[in-house]
Design a protein around this ligand. Structure first.
Ligand code: FE2
Length: 246
């Protein structure tokens, strides 16, 4: 009996027919795959693990990856065609972006020129070093323009580890939070795993994303063993992600 209660499941078992809303799959556009061949192999292997839906989210970051919706769409079309030719097109294969909250983001926001996860959801990220000064203004502006911000991996911003109140404030404003699958392990380090488990237990998250960039990420993800209590916490997130973005 005790053995059954403590039985762990491999994470991919829980991700069958799930739609990944945060992944770097498009070739030669950010720190994800470099070539079409790399993109194809990453997607093929993810599909072999049972993940059959993807909204690819290349970075848009003014100082490192100054991608535009036009460039992203062109690369996405090329990859989609390649996947079709290889008979490897996932059930859901869409494109959006992961927006760094920087000056360029404010311009794109004001022009209402954003690539969305779906009708209203925008995937955003913050710098890892320090919290953007104007974040409350940006979040308010997003809602004023009828968008819903989804903050990628809040557990990975160390400045929040001792400033939980700020995440509470963002949550109260209606901001959604997305946990990275790899944060369920210690891949990013113990403190990030600990922060993720705390936010998970406190009910902060709405969605789960993989944030895979490469084969190593996928290998590490495939090895994650999920305890029963964690499975109970992440299953509603996986279902919610699937229901909203399928
Ligand atoms: Fe990402």
């Amino acid at each position: 009996m005790l053995t059954i209660l403590h039985k762990k499941r491999l994470l991919p078992e829980l991700l069958q027919d799930y739609v990944d809303i945060h992944c770097h799959l498009i070739h030669d556009i950010d720190d994800g795959p470099k070539t079409l061949y790399d993109s194809y192999h990453l997607i093929k292997r993810a599909m072999e693990l049972g993940i059959n839906g993807f909204i690819a989210t290349p970075h848009i970051m003014a100082d490192m990856y100054p991608n535009t919706p036009q460039l992203i769409s062109a690369q996405y079309d090329e990859l989609k065609q390649h996947l079709e030719e290889k008979d490897c097109l996932p059930k859901v294969f869409k494109v959006a972006a992961e927006y760094m909250v920087d000056d360029n983001f404010e311009i794109q926001l004001n022009n209402k020129n954003l690539l969305l996860l779906s009708d209203r959801y925008v995937l955003i990220e913050f710098p890892f070093i320090q919290i953007p000064m104007n974040i409350e203004f940006i979040i308010d502006s997003l809602f004023a323009l009828d968008y819903i911000p989804v903050l990628a991996h809040p557990e990975r911003y160390r400045y929040f580890h001792h400033q939980g109140d700020f995440l509470t404030l963002l949550k109260q404003k209606g901001c959604k939070f997305q946990i990275n699958a790899l944060s369920l392990s210690t891949y990013y380090g113990n403190s990030i795993h600990k922060a993720a488990m705390h936010l998970l237990e406190e009910g902060f998250y709405s969605f789960l994303g993989t944030d895979i960039h490469n084969q190593l990420h996928l290998s590490k993800l495939s090895e994650i063993k999920v305890k029963k209590n964690v499975e109970r916490l992440i299953t509603p997130l996986i279902e919610n992600t699937k229901n909203i973005f399928d």
